[in-house]
Design a binder for this molecule. Structure first.
Ligand SMILES: Cc1cc2nc3c(=O)[nH]c(=O)nc-3n(C[C@H](O)[C@H](O)[C@H](O)COP(=O)(O)OP(=O)(O)OC[C@H]3O[C@@H](n4cnc5c(N)ncnc54)[C@H](O)[C@@H]3O)c2cc1C
Length: 449
């Protein structure tokens, strides 16, 4: 059965730029655009900024640089530096690659507020009103109110390409059989004796498989990251924190576009983490007394829609260390495609790709502006996990520093377009975007005045 439903709603915000989602891409886009002098409204469905680092408890950043250059320069460097300043002595000493989520939330709150970004948490983008290939309004549902936002330009930073899908953009999903990388429910743990921990965490999996500890034989165990309590100071330096963030276990066959499937996945994930509790406590040293403090509020989704743009960045570009005239950044993380299936063929394929498609020191691939411009829509840009790539490239550029790079570029592009009184993302002055990105510190070695 279907019903027709319509309603008159207020246009609550009238701004230059609407940003959907406040993860790494959305924060970089909104703050960069607002700092460039444009009015921005950001809708975030959760109760904090941060995206997967906060909602999915992803415990660590992947590479910001290539060993020689700081690739996520500009916004990414600012985040790195602010965390280093604000997270405390113990974080700097013991876990500088981990994400102190509470510190990060406050940093983002301050950055958005200081830049003049208008934003609302608990606010879900639910629809887009499109006329003649142009988004006219974004429709949001918040506590107590459904309202519209009017903007000249729209940036999809939902990770899942939600705004693009709602606007009717062409999206790709998964492999040739529609299968995506397995999801993971991350967790927060206490009671770990980090002084006795040895890696890698997967080293006794075979023993545990033989003892039937696990329901699934899953050989891919990214592991447990050391986290530090943010309040630790000099006086507490002798007292171990004992905190860990897990990226353990895969939930297979989940459709990130479907709430019913996500519901099933998070329930499976919660059960499965109890098996990892047993494994860590009984098979590995240092974890004997560990306890689960919390599972992530959201199931960790690695792969969802890829929104098709004017260019589709691909594996060949990775292999060629491609340079583009319109590049807005460069990145280098390996092709990290977690298997969609729980079998040894899938695991072996993951290992082969992960170890074959790797950059050397100082190497990177270019990301063209055309990966952010959504085909068939005039005034829509994407940034972050859902930009226009093939599956292989998505598996590289999806990590958080990569999302800072594309988010920053989308925010700057929107500002440049507004300054030029244009809302046509396909006709943007890319040279001007690059020039202004360089002005805020972005790494664009191929840019020429
Ligand atoms: C299990 C797991 C492990 C990972 N490990 C690492 C790692 O070690 N290091 C690393 O750097 N990266 C890692 N990643 C990848 C990385 O975390 C994500 O790819 C990255 O955060 C994507 O950034 P984003 O801004 O595109 O999207 P997200 O971080 O997903 O942010 C999107 C935001 O949009 C909001 N949103 C979504 N839909 C709507 C809507 N309709 N209305 C309003 N708001 C909406 C969400 O609440 C969210 O805050 C991992 C990911 C997973 C799942």
């Amino acid at each position: 059965m279907r019903i027709a439903y319509s309603k008159e709603i207020d246009v609550k915000y009238d701004v230059d730029v609407f940003v959907a989602g406040g993860g790494p891409a959305g924060m970089a886009a909104a703050v960069t655009c607002a700092r460039a002098g444009r009015s921005v409204f950001l809708a975030e469905s959760y109760s904090a900024f941060g995206g997967a680092a906060v909602t999915m408890l992803v415990p660590a950043f992947m590479s910001f640089g290539d060993g020689v250059h700081f690739l996520a320069d500009g916004f990414g460097r600012e985040i790195r530096d602010r965390i280093a300043r604000e997270a405390g002595e113990r974080w700097r000493k013991y876990c500088p690659d981990s994400i102190p989520a509470e510190v990060l939330k406050r940093i983002y709150d301050d950055m958005a507020t200081d830049a003049g970004v208008r934003f609302q948490f608990h606010t879900n983008l639910t629809d887009a009103v499109v006329e003649d290939g142009k988004i006219r309004y974004a429709v949001c549902a918040a506590k107590g109110q459904v309202f519209a936002v009017k903007a000249k330009l729209y940036i999809d930073c939902t990770g899942d390409g939600e705004l693009s899908m709602m606007a009717g953009a062409e999206c790709a999903y998964g492999d040739e059989n529609g299968r995506t990388m397995a999801a993971t429910l991350c967790g927060l743990w206490s009671g770990i004796d980090w002084s006795r921990v040895q890696g890698p965490d997967r080293r006794r999996l075979d023993d545990a498989f033989a003892d039937n500890v696990f329901t699934n034989i899953d050989r891919h165990l990214p592991g447990m990251w050391r986290l530090c309590a943010e309040t630790a100071d000099e006086n507490g330096a002798h007292r171990p924190d004992g905190i860990g963030g897990s990226n353990a276990g895969h939930v297979y066959g989940i459709d990130a576009r479907d709430a019913a499937s996500l519901t099933e996945g998070i329930i499976r994930g919660r059960k499965q983490l109890m098996e990892y509790r047993k494994y860590y406590r009984e098979y590995l040293t240092g974890f004997e007394t560990m306890e689960l403090v919390a599972t992530a509020p959201h199931l960790g989704i690695r792969e969802s829609r890829r929104v098709m743009g004017d260019y589709c960045l691909n594996l060949e570009d990775f292999q060629n260390r491609a340079v583009f005239e319109d590049e807005i950044g460069r990145y280098n993380y390996p092709v990290d495609i977690h298997s969609p299936t729980n079998d040894s063929a899938g695991y072996n394929k993951f290992m082969k790709e992960y170890t074959s498609y790797v950059m050397g020191r100082g190497e990177s691939y270019g990301i063209p502006y055309r990966c952010l411009t959504v085909r068939g829509l005039t005034n829509l840009l994407t940034a972050g996990r859902c930009i226009s790539t093939d599956r292989s490239l998505q598996a590289s550029v999806r990590v958080m520093p990569g999302c800072y790079i594309t988010g920053q570029a989308a925010g700057m592009a929107a500002a440049v377009l507004c300054d030029g009184h244009s809302d046509d993302v396909h006709g943007a002055d890319v040279h001007e975007i690059q020039k202004r990105l360089v002005g805020i510190g972005a790494y664009l070695p191929n840019y020429r005045e």
